[in-house]
Structures are given as C-alpha cells and as structure tokens.
Write a protein that binds this ligand. Sequence first.
Ligand SMILES: C[S@@+](CC[C@H](N)C(=O)[O-])C[C@H]1O[C@@H](n2cnc3c(N)ncnc32)[C@H](O)[C@@H]1O
Length: 178
Amino acid sequence: MMQRMQGQGKLGAYQTNGGDAWDPEPGENVLYLGAAEGATASWMCKQLDGTIVAVEKSPVAGLSLLRSARELDHLIPYIGDARNTGSYAPFVPSLGFVYQDIAQRDQVDIFVKNVERFSPRRAFLAVKARSIAVERDPKSVFEDAREAVEEAGRVVDVVSLDPFHKDHAMIVVDTVGE
Ligand SMILES: C[S@@+](CC[C@H](N)C(=O)[O-])C[C@H]1O[C@@H](n2cnc3c(N)ncnc32)[C@H](O)[C@@H]1O
C-alpha cells in the first residue's frame, strides 16, 4: 500500500500547493541530492521503510547529516558532489525516487545526470529559478527546466512553491517505460 503523507520542506510546499505525485510504496528507496543538515532527509527516513541515500556537498552541513544518520539505520549519508554520480553509485540501491534540492546554476544538468544514471521510478526536482538566472522571469526559467528534464523522463507535474519558497517550482518526472 502507498505510504502517503504530508511532507516537510519543499516537498511539503509542493503538496500544500496541490502536488500529489509523492506516492512511495513500502520498501522503495530514495536518492536525496542536496540533503544539507538532513532535516528533510531525516523526516523522510522516519516516514519510509526504504533506504535513503543522502548526498551533500558541504562538509559543514555534512557533519550534522552524519550525526542525524547515526540515529537512523536506513539513512546513508554521503559527503560529496552530486555531479560525481560514480563516486556514490556503489551505495545506491535500486530506486523508487530521486529527490533533488540543490541551488546551483547547473541544477537541471545534475538532476538529468542522476536520473539517467540511477533510473528511479519517479524523480522530483525543486528548481530555484534565481540560482539559474537571477535576471530572468522565473516562469521562463521553469519552462526551460521543464523542457530540459524531458531528456530524463516524462514530466508529470510542475507546481509553483510560492509563497512558501519564493521563485521555486517542483518538477516531477516519471521514467518508467522511458
Ligand atoms: C536548499 S539546501 C537543501 C535543504 C534540504 N534539502 C532540506 O530540506 O533540509 C541545498 C543544499 O545543496 C547542497 N549542494 C549544493 N551543490 C551541491 C552539489 N553539487 N552536490 C551536493 N550537494 C550540493 C548545499 O550545500 C546545500 O546544503
């Protein structure tokens, strides 16, 4: 049976704004990119019985992530760059989901690379428009991002995260049958 629950962070904003594509089945595993200190990744871990592999680039944030992981046996922290998929590939099990929350100019490329490499059933990209192009209308940045992620799968949802996260949107992609 599907484990439907109200999320926190950007996932919670996505759901509050009407997104309903977060539908984990028991035992499904998640690759979480941009875990920071692990707030949302730990929450996810408490809700799900699958493994969460949490990748975070900053060693400072990563320290807190490592501490959180000590208390959660199915949270696997990895301190490294989500661009280097090969470095953490040995720790990534078969996936239900990729969930990415990385505020970088190349965030869409990072997402496509990970989705193509790990072939999850479904993938969530929290896009921060201002990290991609500060001067552009966020709507046109989201449109470009939507087009670019089609390389990785079929877009099933695009939801603005305003007013909870200004100039952010969640793009959801399905890969089954791709
Ligand atoms: C907005 S924060 C994530 C917040 C977190 N998802 C939460 O809800 O608790 C973005 C994080 O992405 C990390 N990050 C940035 N570039 C990265 C990269 N190339 N690989 C992995 N993590 C990265 C940053 O260090 C930062 O901690």
